[in-house]
Design a binder for this molecule. Structure first.
Ligand code: HDE
Length: 698
C-alpha cells in the first residue's frame, strides 16, 4: 500500500490536529478556566483602583503586549497559500528526489509570495522584486525552493547582501522612502556596484509590477545540482511559469492602487482561491550536464546571469496548484520559515557564493524571528515526514521526547533513532581544491552583456516603460553624481537607453556608446511573448445608472463570466438601478468605493438615460478615461459609446493628425453575439500597450 504521504491532504490532516474553532465554545483563560466577564477589570469598588489579583486582566494584557514578533528583515510583506505539486515527467535519470521521480505522488506545498523592501504593512503594488518561496512537504522531508519572480540577483556574493539591503531600505536619518528603490542610497550602491546592472534592468521593467501572483513567473535563481542514484551530478535551474501568462500593471496604476487598495495582490490571491479559480504554474528545469559547465560565455555560479532559454530549453515536468487559503495569517504566512538549506536527497548545492551565504542566513534569521530553535515544530513548518533526532529542549519545545537516551550512539534506546539506511541524504562528492583567498573570479567580470540581452529582447512598449522607470527613479535622486554614474553604466548596456534616460534626469547624454550593443536577444524574456488568451479571474466593471439596457448587461456579463471573468456592476449608489425595460439590475459596488485601477476592463452598456447620467458623473467619466489611459479593454454598446466620447477616448487625434490607436476599444450597435466575443478577446489580451500614451487626461 502506498505511503499516505503521497496525498496532498496529508499536510492538511496534520494541520487539522492543530486547528482551533470558536464555534460553540465558552470563553476561557489560557488555563482553560471559564470567564464570566471580560469587559470589566476587577476593582476595589465601582470607581476604585484595579486589583493586582485580577489574573484575567493580567493574562489578557500580558499576552497582548507580546503579540508582535520581528518582521522579516527582507520580504516582510507577504501572502501565502497551500496547494499541491504533481509530476508529469520523471527526472529519475538526474535525481533521486522522490517527488521529482515518482509521477504517482502528489506533494503538498505551502507558497509564500512577497515584496522585498517594504515593511509588513506596506503596499503590494510597489516597484519591487517579488519573492516566490515554496515549501514542498515531501515524504523524504521538506524541500524549500526560495525563489523570486526575476531570474537574477543584484549581487554576486552574499557578503554584499547587508550593504545592498541597507542601501535599498528607507534611509537611516528619517526612514524615508517606504517600499521604494527611488532614492539616493540605492542608486549610489548601483552606480558603485556594476554587477547590479542586469538585475536593475529587470527591476525597472514591468516584471516589478505584477498584475497578480497568479501571473508571475518564479525562478530558483541559483544553479543547483541534481544528483542521481549513481552519485552523478547535473546542474539545474528551477522555473515556475504561470498558466495565465506573465502580465503586469501600468506604473501609474500601481501607484494609485497603493492608495486605493494596498492589499491588491494579496486580496487577488485570496479571492481567486476562495472562488475556486486556483492559481496554477508549470514547473520546469533547465538541465546542464557537468561536462558543459564551462561552455557558456558566463559562469553558472554567477547569480547575475541567466541561461537563455533558447540555449537550454526549460523542460516542463510538473504542475503546482494553489487551492487553499490559510486559516490564520500569523500562524501560517508569518510563521512559515523557509530555508535554502532544506533539501532532500537528490538535490544539492553549487559553489555559487550568493547561494552559500544564504545557506547560513535563513536558519539564523528564523532563530531571532521565531524565538528559538524549535520553529520547525510550528504546524506550517512541520514536515509530513517523521522527525526523529537527539535535538532537545529549547524555547517552545512542543514534543514529548520519550526514552532515556538523547545521544548517539546509544544502547539504551536500541541504538535508535538509527543513522543511515535507504533514502538517507548523502552530500554530492565534489572535489574541492584551492587557496583561501578573498577574490571574485574573473569569470564573474562581465556585468553588461546580459543586461543588453534583456534590453534587446524587449518590445517597444516594454522599452518605453523601462526608460520611464529609470527616469522616475533616478529623477528622485538628489545627487547629480549618482544620476551621472548610473547613466554611465547604462551606456555600457545600450547607448540609446542611456541617452533617453540622461535626457529625462538632467544629465548630459553620452556622445558615443561605451560598449557596442552585441545585438543578441532572447525572445523568452519579453512579456509580449507570454500567453494572453484567457480572461480567467479578470475583473470587469459594468457602469450603469437608471435607464440602463439590462439585456446588454446580462448578455455581455454572462459571456464574460462564462469565460472566467468576474463582473461587477457599478453605479453611483449601492442597491439597484432601474432598467430601461422596467426591471432592476443589482449593483455590486457603489462607484465611490472602487476605482478603475482595481479592474482589468470596463464596459458601458446602452440606455440613453443611463448614459446621460453617467456622462454627468465625474467618477464615471474618469473611470472610463483612466481605464483607457492604462491601456485596458474598454467596451461600449449603443448609447454607451457616448460616454467614451465624453471621456475623450474616441476620435482622439495627435496634433499631426494621427489617430490614437484604438486597440482594445470595442464598440457595437444592438445585441449580437459578435460584441461579447470581441470584448472577451480584448480583455484576454490583458493590456493594449501599443495604444498611444496618455492623450486623455486621467
Ligand atoms: Fe533571501 N532572505 N537572501 N533571497 N529571500 C530572506 O529569510 C538572504 C536572496 C528570498 O517568504 C530572509 O526568513 C541573503 C536571493 C525570499 O519567508 C533572510 C541573501 C533570493 C525570501 C534572507 C539573499 C532570495 C527571502 C528574511 C544573499 C532569490 C522570503 C526572512 C546571500 C533566489 C521567504 C527570512 C519567505 C528571505 C537572506 C538573497 C529570496 C534574511 C543573506 C538571491 C523569497 O534570511
Amino acid at each position: 500500500m502506498a505511503d499516505p504521504a503521497d496525498r496532498a491532504d496529508r499536510k492538511q490532516e496534520q494541520l487539522d490536529r492543530r486547528r482551533v474553532s470558536p464555534e460553540g465554545a465558552a470563553l476561557t483563560t489560557d488555563q482553560g478556566i471559564r470567564v464570566d466577564d471580560t469587559d470589566n477589570s476587577l476593582s476595589a469598588g465601582e470607581r476604585g483602583p484595579s486589583l493586582m489579583e485580577d489574573f484575567q486582566l493580567r493574562e489578557k494584557i500580558t499576552h497582548f503586549d507580546h503579540e508582535r514578533i520581528p518582521e522579516r528583515v527582507v520580504h516582510a510583506r507577504g501572502a501565502g497559500a497551500y496547494g499541491h505539486f504533481t509530476l508529469h515527467e520523471s527526472l529519475a535519470d538526474y535525481t533521486t528526489a522522490e517527488f521529482l521521480t515518482d509521477t504517482s505522488l502528489t506533494t503538498p506545498v505551502f507558497v509564500r509570495f512577497s515584496t522585498v523592501a517594504g515593511s509588513r504593512g506596506s503596499a503590494d503594488t510597489v516597484r519591487d522584486v517579488r519573492g516566490f518561496a515554496t515549501k514542498f512537504y515531501t515524504r523524504q522531508g521538506n524541500f524549500d525552493l526560495v525563489g523570486n519572480n526575476m531570474p537574477v540577483f543584484f549581487i554576486q556574493d552574499g557578503i554584499k547582501f547587508p550593504d545592498f539591503v541597507h542601501a535599498v531600505k528607507p534611509e537611516p536619518p528619517n526612514e524615508i522612502p517606504q517600499a521604494s528603490s527611488a532614492h539616493d542610497t540605492l542608486w549610489d550602491f548601483v552606480q558603485l556596484q556594476p554587477e547590479t546592472m542586469h538585475m536593475m534592468m529587470w527591476l525597472m521593467s514591468d516584471r516589478a509590477l505584477p498584475r497578480s501572483f497568479a501571473m508571475m513567473q518564479g525562478f530558483g535563481v541559483h544553479t543547483f545540482r541534481l544528483v542521481n542514484e549513481r552519485g552523478a551530478g547535473t546542474f539545474v535551474k528551477f522555473h515556475w511559469k504561470p498558466k495565465l501568462g506573465t502580465h503586469s500593471l501600468a506604473w501609474d496604476e500601481t501607484q494609485k492602487i497603493a492608495g486605493k487598495d494596498p492589499d491588491f495582490n494579496r486580496r487577488d490571491l485570496w479571492d481567486r482561491i476562495n472562488d475556486g479559480d486556483f492559481p496554477e504554474y508549470e514547473f520546469g528545469v533547465q538541465l546542464v550536464p557537468e561536462e558543459d559547465e564551462h561552455r557558456f560565455g558566463f559562469d553558472l555560479l554567477d547569480a547575475t546571469k541567466i541561461i537563455p532559454e533558447e540555449e537550454v530549453p526549460v523542460r516542463p515536468v510538473g504542475t503546482l496548484v494553489l487551492d487553499r487559503n490559510p486559516d490564520n495569517f500569523f500562524a501560517e504566512t508569518e510563521q512559515v520559515a523557509f530555508h535554502l538549506g532544506n533539501v532532500v536527497p537528490g538535490i544539492d548545492f553549487t559553489n555559487d557564493p550568493l547561494l552559500q551565504a544564504r545557506l547560513f542566513s535563513y536558519l539564523d534569521t528564523q532563530l531571532i524571528r521565531l524565538g528559538g530553535p524549535n520553529f520547525p515544530q510550528i504546524p506550517v513548518n512541520r514536515p509530513v515526514a517523521e522527525v526523529r533526532n537527539h535535538h532537545r529542549d529549547g524555547y517552545h519545545q512542543m514534543d514529548l521526547h520519550q526514552g532515556q537516551a538523547s545521544y548517539h550512539k546509544n544502547s539504551l534506546s536500541g541504538g535508535c533513532p538509527a543513522v543511515g539506511g535507504a533514502g538517507s541524504f548523502s552530500h554530492y562528492q565534489e572535489r574541492v581544491d584551492g587557496r583561501k583567498i578573498r577574490k571574485r573570479s574573473e569569470s564573474f567580470a562581465d556585468h553588461y552583456s546580459q543586461a543588453t540581452l534583456f534590453w534587446n529582447s524587449m518590445a517597444d512598449w516594454e522599452k518605453e516603460h523601462i526608460v520611464g522607470a529609470f527616469r522616475f527613479e533616478l529623477g528622485k535622486c538628489d545627487h547629480k553624481h549618482i544620476r551621472e554614474g548610473v547613466v554611465a553604466h547604462l551606456n555600457h548596456v545600450d547607448h540609446d537607453l542611456a541617452v533617453q534616460v540622461a535626457k529625462g534626469v538632467g544629465v548630459a547624454p553620452p556622445e558615443a556608446p561605451a560598449t557596442a550593443n552585441h545585438g543578441r536577444s532572447s525572445p523568452a524574456l519579453s512579456q509580449a511573448n507570454s500567453p494572453a488568451e484567457s480572461v480567467q479571474g479578470r475583473k470587469v466593471a459594468i457602469l450603469a445608472a437608471d435607464g440602463v439596457d439590462s439585456a446588454a448587461v446580462t448578455a455581455v456579463g454572462d459571456a464574460l463570466t462564462e469565460a472566467g471573468a468576474v463582473c461587477d456592476v457599478l453605479a453611483a449608489e449601492d442597491g439597484f438601478v432601474q432598467a430601461a425595460n422596467g426591471g432592476q439590475v443589482e449593483v455590486t459596488r457603489a462607484m465611490p468605493t472602487v476605482a478603475s485601477v482595481l479592474y482589468d476592463a470596463v464596459f458601458v452598456p446602452g440606455g440613453e438615460e443611463s448614459v446621460r447620467t453617467l456622462a454627468q458623473d465625474g467618477d464615471a467619466v474618469h473611470f472610463v478615461a483612466e481605464a483607457f489611459v492604462h491601456c485596458k479593454a474598454v467596451g461600449a454598446l449603443d448609447a454607451g459609446i457616448g460616454l467614451l466620447e465624453r471621456a475623450g477616448i474616441t476620435g482622439v487625434r495627435f496634433a499631426d493628425g494621427d489617430v490614437v490607436s484604438d486597440a482594445g476599444v470595442v464598440t457595437g450597435e444592438g445585441a449580437s453575439a459578435e460584441f461579447p466575443r470581441r470584448l472577451v478577446e480584448a480583455v484576454a489580451a490583458h493590456r493594449h500597450w501599443t495604444r498611444a500614451k496618455a492623450h486623455v487626461p486621467a
